[in-house]
Write a protein that binds this ligand. Sequence first.
Ligand SMILES: Nc1ncnc2c1ncn2[C@@H]1O[C@H](COP(=O)(O)OP(=O)(O)OP(=O)(O)O)[C@@H](O)[C@H]1O
Ligand SMILES: [Mg+2]
Ligand SMILES: [Zn+2]
Ligand SMILES: [Zn+2]
Length: 643
Amino acid sequence: MQQQDGNHNFNISERLESLRRDREALQWEGSFRDYFELVSQNPRLAQLSHARVNDMVHHAGLEKLNEGARDEITRYNFFASELYGIEEPIARIVEYFKSAAQRLEVRKRILLLMGPVGGGKSTIVTLLKRGLEEWSRTEQGAVFAIKDCHEEPLHLIPHELRAEIEKHYGLYIEGDLCPQCRYALEHTYGGRHEDVKVHRILFSEKERVGIGTFAPSDPKSQDITELTGSIDLSTIGEIGAESDPRAYRFDGELNIANRGVMEFVEMLKVDEKFLYSLLTLSQEQNIKTGRFAMIYADEVILSHTNENEYVSFAGNRKSEALQDRIILVRVPYNLRVSQEEKIYSKLLHQSEALRNVHIAPNTLRVAAMFAVMTRLEEPKRANVDIAKKMRLYDGEDVEGYKSKDVRELKDETIREGMDGISPRYIINRLSGALVRDGVTCINPIDALRAIKDGFEQHTGISSEQRDRYLNLISMARKEYDELAKTEVQRAFVYSFEDMARTMCNNYLDNVESYCNKERIKDPITEEEMDPDEGLMRSIEEQIGISDNAKNTFRQEILIRISSYARKGKAFEYNSHERLKEAIEKKIFADLKDVVKITTSVKTPDPDQLRRINEVVDRLVKDHGYCPVCANELLTYVGTLLSR
Ligand SMILES: Nc1ncnc2c1ncn2[C@@H]1O[C@H](COP(=O)(O)OP(=O)(O)OP(=O)(O)O)[C@@H](O)[C@H]1O
Ligand SMILES: [Mg+2]
Ligand SMILES: [Zn+2]
Ligand SMILES: [Zn+2]
């Protein structure tokens, strides 16, 4: 529990009361006549399921990535807060809804997501389901239905009148009354359509309204009535006839998902007869139930599967008819390191146990580098290795490469992202390492070790894969070594400005004496010396100034100084672009040795110790380290540099 959650003004009665008021505000009940009034003003109320989902997704807005470029992608906000780096498959899913919303043929097909384990398929479906629940609680997303049923009230309108109504009000009406409503119209409302009660419904998977789920279980015990409903054993005795709607429970998952979404988990694992009832539904918007004629239902059918299952399904001639009626969207793993890091942060934040453990900077990044590399296909070009490909894919500037190269790299792949290590695996390994007793912090090396140790236990990894993965672990580690060195160097250069200023003044004093052919006076001993040629050259050489060119450069600096002086401006080390560059480079070069010596001594002298402590403090204060991982970092870099 977070501290700030303990809001002192929390008043339970008030909050419950306001919740009740909110719920009441969502209620609406009236006759069909009233509803017709509403829907003729606002035909959107009667939209079909795909159009509803499409509106919901678009309502949240979108963003164009790489706008105008050939690889422009749309990022839909609806998914973007939960799913990272899989914009392309998501865009394809949204395209499906867009066409289906216009009642094109695709709406009659089942949307099947295919991808590797833990690649986000279920998350996509869950977002749509949860989203629709919320959407039905908004004004734009309001759904109305005949009371005691979920069906569209416009089904009450007899076919004879539909053409006229469509012409007049732009209301498209599809489907007929279900047996129950037909019965009620006759017996409860005395055949008066306009009196039939209509109310607003709120989608809820828990309450089985508008959202259905079906998961395959043991094929032998699986019963089709889970999908299509069954005889009502409590009333059949009294009523007698099975064809009487009062003796039937229209409560299969397909029934309850009417108007909304039906999720079919691992679709290809179920018995064929289940698939056929799905197909009839998607193709004809009809459910065949018991002794009744077909029952109309309008729902989005979403399903997912893995590649192996799909390949054997697709290879089966018997399933050709089914294949035709499926829209397949591949959902490969994310291939961008920065996005992968976001996935881990999201998942770790959800875990209560990890609240008190520190995760050192770069830990998730290095784990992400490894995971992404396992998913990449080996590049075919000689001058690109897998680590470079990884960086290019993440949009990093790699010298000599352009976005065109990235496209070419992508084009040469066959099924990139369809296997490799899943985010779930990484998180499980990290959590395992984090919850061990006494662990207060984990660093990138711990993470790689934990990931590597898991290869042995993981049954899904073949020995061939294991060799490849081990190799990638060392590549990830090499990437980390570079990161670690830069990190330490950066921390040493905290007082960079001061250092640069001192070095600059020193240089300028010498240049002045040199140009004026004077000797230079030591400020303390007052001793006269020649200008320090070695010092000046060591700075000038950093930017490639030759011995022949040094005089011109020094003169140029003096001219700049006097021009500054005339304007009453102070000349700083960064007042001259090339001088600035030379000084920065010199500091870095000097530091290399200091860093090396300071971090790798076994028994530091007091001065070195002070330096180390300063750097540790800086890492902790400014760079997100804790004392444990800051010290570990210094030791690590020390061993790297003293090799
Ligand atoms: N690209 C991604 N962005 C954000 N989170 C992701 C991404 N890919 C996977 N995840 C997270 O990883 C976890 C596993 O994903 P999910 O269960 O959706 O995968 P799946 O494809 O359904 O896997 P399975 O085939 O095992 O059912 C989830 O918590 C999900 O949020
Ligand atoms: Mg899943
Ligand atoms: Zn009905
Ligand atoms: Zn730490």
